[in-house]
Design a protein around this ligand. Structure first.
Ligand code: PNS
Length: 167
């Protein structure tokens, strides 16, 4: 790591459909642990996202602007290949409840098998957001529930605009 010209680079991958305050909390804490953090948004239309990957990248860039060592990119294909191409030695994931553990363990072990030099690092989600998921945010917002306080104001506004015609 001492030999890395740009310090320790971490990739924080996910769907981010959309980015929530839980993600922001993780970015904030990780930005102080790593020299550079790349938020990597998966390009996968098969998941039928609410927002296109361009919209998700644009929203994430806007709300993450205050963190100078954080950048946002989209990616397709294997995560470890994207991470290696960026010179990242770390994959960052957030863990909320114990129910996240099995899925995360599977991914971490598969990624280690594919790329033994890249370590997956987990941070515990903040208590306030340990129940929060983008999926639930979308479901509640679509049914007219109040999700302000769970997402950044810009995302709240986009959710209202996107989901209002559905109600
Ligand atoms: O926010 P999500 O949907 O839980 O994120 C899942 C993500 C993007 C981390 C995962 O699906 C992924 O890494 N996809 C890229 C393809 C890949 O490398 N798959 C093998 C992972 S073991």
């Amino acid at each position: 790591m001492e030999n890395q010209p740009h310090g320790v680079i971490a990739v924080y991958p996910g769907s981010f459909d959309p980015i929530t305050n839980g993600h922001l909390d993780l970015v904030d804490r990780a930005s102080r642990l790593f020299d550079r953090l790349i938020v990597a948004i998966l390009r996968n239309e098969a998941k039928k996202p609410l927002f296109t990957v361009e919209e998700r990248v644009e929203m994430a860039r806007e709300v993450l602007r205050p963190w100078p060592n954080v950048q946002v990119e989209s990616f397709g294909g294997l995560l470890v290949e994207f991470a290696a191409a960026r010179g990242a030695r770390v994959i960052l994931r957030g863990i909320r409840a114990i129910s996240d553990y099995e899925y995360e363990l599977q991914m971490a072990l598969m990624n280690r098998r594919l790329a033994p030099n890249i370590e997956t690092v987990f941070l515990m989600a903040a208590e306030d957001y340990s129940f929060l998921s983008a999926r639930l945010v979308k479901e509640v917002a679509a049914l007219g529930g109040d999700v302000s306080g769970l997402v950044p104001p810009l995302v709240y506004e986009r959710l209202q605009r996107r989901l209002a015609p559905a109600r």
